[in-house]
Design a protein around this ligand. Sequence first.
Ligand code: ATP
Ligand code: MG
Length: 545
Amino acid sequence: MQNLKNKNTSFIHKIIENFFKKNKKKTLHTRFPPDPNGYLHIGHAKSLCINFGLAQQYHGKCNLRFDDTNPNIQHNKYITKIKKDILWLGFKWNKKTKYSSTYFNKIYKYAIELIKKNLAYVDKLKKHEIRSYRGTLTKPGTNSPYRNQTIEENLLLFKNMMLGNFSEGTVCLRAKINMQSPCIIMRDPILYRIKFVKHNKTKKKWCIYPTYDFAHCISDAIENITHSLCTLEFQDNQKLYNWILKNITIINHPKQYEYSRLNLEYCTLSKRKIKILITNNIIKKWDDPRLPTIAGLRKRGYTASSIRNFCHKLGITKQNNLIQMSSLESCIRKELNITTYRTMSILEPIKIVICNMYHKFQEKINVLNHPKNSQLGTQNIIFSNILYIEKTDFQEKPKKKYYRLTLGKTIKLKYSYILTAHSIKKNHNNKITKIFCTFHKVQNNKKYSIIHWISIQDTIPAEFRIYNYLFTTKTPSTKKNLLSHINPESKIKKFGFINKNIIKNLEIYRYQFERIGYFITDKKTYNKKKIIFHQIVTLKENWNK
Ligand code: ATP
Ligand code: MG
């Protein structure tokens, strides 16, 4: 997996190299810690490439650990999907899958240790009171009236929390740090809260659950993680991460380092917002080809290597910026240009009748599957007196600078003859149903416009799904009402024809439809009457935008 090898130039690489200078015999150990509350997206792919990529580069290990501390929104089905996506992207985690919930006993004991050291207390303030006592960026916080309870009182209260003797939201365990700290996160953060919710791993064993901040650093330490890499929004949490590890009895003290989150134009990389799209029926499922989820990109036809390549190009920095969609698209386009077979498909057909040809005449034309790679072989296509061309390749009343087919004009059919249009037939709706033409052999060096075509004998009906951006704004996540920025033309269906040759090659899914774009077969529709093709990417940037 060559494209995982980052150049050793990022600040994280420097940190790791310094780590090895000081700790010659140590092994680099990273982890990928998803919340099992949704599918993975391209932002997670960046995190995967960093964590697994560094482990691979430095001959280390990378754990997969589900941060399953919030039973309200976590489901087993997401765990299965997340694992599938990680494997598909080409990453294998170290040994068994890990779960923060496996450490709940240990985490509970560390909470007791903090209480015994007078570094944690059970607070009876209500949720909104905790919030207002916490202060703001400009106003220091105020101590809770329960902050000075004795250690014994706190131990008893915490035990009662654990036994289910309090109702949800009435009490919580807080770290005793500093309510005047300039860093809000250090103003007595919550360590444990009550949730009478069944957990998908620990079932009904617990009614108290550690917060992400409390569980994350302890899980990292238990797993001997050396470098805990996360996104910049956790920068302030680093102080708490270090405070917890410093104050409990645990051998390993991992270090947290932050890098910038991936933000991508025209899409949202927030699982919560993707859920809003699903509940509002904008999209049906997490694997919709318009979504930047790994499952969506896979269905759309992106390859794992093109996604890894994209992440590799992003590098690891602390700069927050909005990445252009064209940058992701160019990674898949470059790859498909080299690997895909060429074929001529017609997305919006209009019929051509060739008048100077005997109606039973058929000619086989042998064409290369790839213009620059003869190793991909050849295919035979049929030329006959009835063909289809794209509707857009003919204009009855041509606009200025229209170079394709018009009445009286000659063009060249790709891989074949030249064609002159003479007359048209229309139906009662005034729509053109047939174009009558004559064909000729190319006799001179004159240059003609070239259009693609398909002979009626070669056709199989197909549905084509053309995708545009799901949002009309580059930054939908910053908008108050996400749903008012949906692009009504994000999915367009077209009904036309593919060449029969495509279904002779059932193991090949991705194609370049000449002059149109790259497409992938929807595998589920292979045996059905109508095959569906998803547009992966246009041939050129901004082709149909
Ligand atoms: P969301 O806000 O969509 O719920 P999250 O950050 O909570 O996302 P997690 O499942 O907790 O999602 O993320 C697992 C790992 O992936 C974390 O280390 C997180 O920092 C990283 N990650 C998530 N989104 C991005 C992103 N856009 N760019 C880079 N890394 C990301
Ligand atoms: Mg998270």
